[in-house]
Design a protein around this ligand. Sequence first.
Ligand code: 4AD
Ligand code: MG
Length: 441
Amino acid sequence: MKGHTDIRDLASSEGKEVLVRGWLYAKRESGKIRFLVVRDGTGYLQVVAFAKEVSPEVFAACGTVGQESSLEVRGIIRREPRAPGGFEMGLKELRILHSAVDYPLTPKEHGPEFLLDHRHLWLRSSRPHALLRIRNEICQGVRDFFYDRGFVLIDSPMFTPAACEGTSTLFETDYFGEKAYLTQSGQLYLEPACMAFGKVYCFGPTFRAEKSKTRRHLTEFWMVEPEVAFAELPEILELAEDLVCSLVARALDRNREDLKVLERDTSRLEKISKPFHRMTYDEAAKILEDPAIRARSDAQGAPPFTPGGDFGGFDETVLTENLDRPAMVTHYPTDIKAFYMQPDPANPSRALCVDVLAPEGYGEIIGGSQRIHDHDLLLARIREHQLPEEAFKWYLEIRKYGTVPHGGFGMGVERVVSWLGGVKHLREAIPYPRMLHRLYP
Ligand code: 4AD
Ligand code: MG
């Protein structure tokens, strides 16, 4: 007999004898029958052992083998609609490769801190497994989307001499006696690249020293950032819409089983289509200033929205709660946004920027803008923000040689994965979360 078969490929082995190798996920018994559920990373297989059909040793082992023991099972595959995956194995032989004793993650409920302390094992459980498979599709979907549209991947450095998104969340490191910072965004390095390649993107980890403990913030997260020469705000909005729609469609197409494991209401995702709702910051602010909304935010103890200020989690939820598609909020006050954002020529107190808010209270998934392309205006903004001019010399130089309008956005992968998977906390959307109080394992 040939080597092993992956569980996901068992359909073509109906009626045949195969070898499957994996780990014991669960077991139960009733009388003269013992059931093992074996997982191999590609699926779950119900294995049925009849006392009459296997040796007494194998039958006994089926009763005593511990959860997460590694094993090989050999037997005949038959159709069984009630089994996970639609097939089961009638066991002939069992070989235990390593016997696991007292696996810490039992089927009972564990608290989140316990699970996070055991993330190296928790990855084997069905929920993390399903969610990280969605993440895998999203990451591949991002790469396919940009590659198919002629974007060139330009990786940005992780060590940087200066801030991109404000100085309050910088991780400082010692770089051979000089100060360096872990990157908050690859954007500044993409702007020069789009002048070289037209359409570019980067996709990698980014770092923010977020000292607050919220369910939406990680200190290390993955961001995909496209940057397009000659693009103005409307084109950036369309690109963001197209990307999000393609990722939702991909997950619905390829992660059906995973979404089922997560008990995600997919009817909400089926409704995601173009065009997304568009509103300006001022229109959004009007909604949030409504006395009824105020009363609700007070009742929930949420920080109240201050006109001219940024939105909090409560505000983002309110803005999307009656919408079936994401909302794209544009034209935020220039004052509260990053130094590089292009002020609206028609009203320079507002920036040509966008935040894309996911429905169902999942909040901001994308932030982007048109960039300042005028050298002197950018220099003035760098000075206003008291940023170190010397560190931005190269960035300003882009505006000295053939400057053109350009723009892009950043999409947080974990924000999208948690929305699509219907998981409220970002810590589940990344294999090994890094947060204020979490650096282990
Ligand atoms: O809105 P942000 O800060 O925008 C930028 O960094 C721009 N430089 C991007 C660009 O225009 N190229 O971050 C972009 C996205 C957010 O919308 C959010 O999805 C995610 O990155 N994000 C975080 N995700 C997890 N944890 C955090 N602490 C995050 N901060 C931002
Ligand atoms: Mg933002």
